[in-house]
Design a protein around this ligand. Structure first.
Ligand code: NAG
Ligand code: NAG
Length: 356
């Protein structure tokens, strides 16, 4: 045997050993361990427990198990991660799990039309949800802080619960397109951060006890808005009146044209179409009231015109004075150029200051 063949055989043996090890590891992970990510399993075990072990959920268990590999009812997976939980109308009671924040791959959570709640929504919700539907349950209290961190959220439905307080939590929810929080007991003003929901197309606030104005909604791209049966006051903003599907009945809105919004709350002032007075470049015009937005330039133009007219008048007076003086001096036999013509200039300056 040459040293070359020995080396080659050695390499082959090494490669075979590595291959066997990999195969063993793969088999072991398939066999001994479940398909599902262990954090996802933990969260679903707890959830099953907090729902009081509902027997109607096929294949669910409260210890271990394999949600993806054993096709737990209502569970959708991608690879080893749980991506959706869809269990609407399953007569489930109890509440959500307290560690659902472990479900980091979950994009859809639909638990609508069950009997969950009787308490606040647990605050550790899955952080990367695009769709959260807890409508038609018995949740009470305040909307959880974790919703404010769901930057990917597109569809939020908390309708038909007994929620009473909505946090000012929408600053980061710029992808949210549909929100239904109707038929709760929300009161007070619409939170100011609603104006950050720049993708919002559909908004249902009906049948709560919201009060104040709905002005904060004016610049949202809404195509479907229902604010009926609240305690709103003020005017429905003109922009919102153009919405195809708009419901505002059952409030205390004022009728007639809305007053112009105060400048402080109107970030995009539209030019006010005030009738223009005839623009006369008169020096007397300076102190007159100016209605137009170009007040400054108008005032400046007036001042310049006034100065020009003053100078022209002074020039004419000066010329007249000099000519008069010349002819007077000539008539008295004096040289008109002997004395400096300062006095008329000085008096002219005095007059000019007066003029201004
Ligand atoms: C809650 O659900 C469980 C499982 O479905 C059921 O056994 C139990 O009676 C329900 N409890 C109430 C108060 O409805
Ligand atoms: C918001 O939506 C856009 C378009 O669908 C998407 O590209 C983006 O990733 C989303 N943002 C987040 C934080 O998910």
């Amino acid at each position: 045997m040459t040293t070359t063949t020995t080396k080659t055989m050695g390499r082959r043996r090494g490669a075979a050993a590595i291959g066997a090890a990999l195969l063993f590891l793969a088999t072991a992970s398939l066999g001994a361990h479940a398909n599902t990510d262990s954090n996802d399993v933990t969260a679903l075990n707890v959830f099953y427990t907090t729902m009081n072990h509902p027997p109607q959920l096929k294949n669910w268990v409260s210890q271990n198990g394999d949600p993806c590999g054993q096709s737990w009812q209502g569970i959708t997976c991608s690879g080893s991660r749980v991506t959706a939980i869809n269990l609407p109308g399953m007569s489930l009671n109890g509440t959500l799990g307290y560690n659902m924040n472990l479900l980091t791959a979950l994009v859809q959570l639909d638990m609508s039309n069950n009997y969950l709640g009787g308490s606040d929504i647990p605050y550790n919700l899955p952080p990367n949800l695009e769709k959260l539907n807890l409508a038609g349950n018995h949740f009470t209290g305040t909307t959880p802080y974790s919703i404010s961190q769901m930057v990917a959220l597109k569809d939020l439905n908390l309708a038909h619960n007994q929620l009473s307080t909505i946090s000012d939590m929408f600053n980061q929810l710029t992808n949210l397109t549909t929100m239904d929080i109707s038929f709760n007991t929300f009161s007070g003003n619409i939170p100011q951060s609603f104006n950050s929901i720049t993708s919002l197309k559909t908004l249902y606030l009906q049948n709560n006890q919201f009060s104040g104005t709905i002005d904060v909604l004016a610049n949202l791209p809404l195509t479907d808005l229902n604010v009926a049966n609240n305690q709103f006051t003020g005017w429905v903003p003109d922009k919102l009146k153009k919405i195809r599907s708009l419901q505002t009945t059952g409030n205390s809105f004022s009728n007639g044209p809305a007053p112009p919004p105060p400048p402080a709350t109107n970030p995009t002032p539209t030019p006010t179409p005030t009738p223009q007075r005839p623009a006369l470049p008169s020096s007397n015009d300076n102190n007159g009231p100016s209605n137009s937005g170009s007040k400054h330039s108008k005032l400046q133009g007036g001042a310049i015109a006034g100065i020009v007219i003053c100078l022209l008048v002074l020039g004419a007076m000066f010329a007249f004075f000099v000519i008069k003086r010349k002819s007077w001096k000539l008539s008295r036999g004096q040289d008109p150029e002997q004395k400096e013509p300062l006095s008329p200039l000085a008096s002219g300056f005095k007059r000019k200051r007066h003029c201004l």
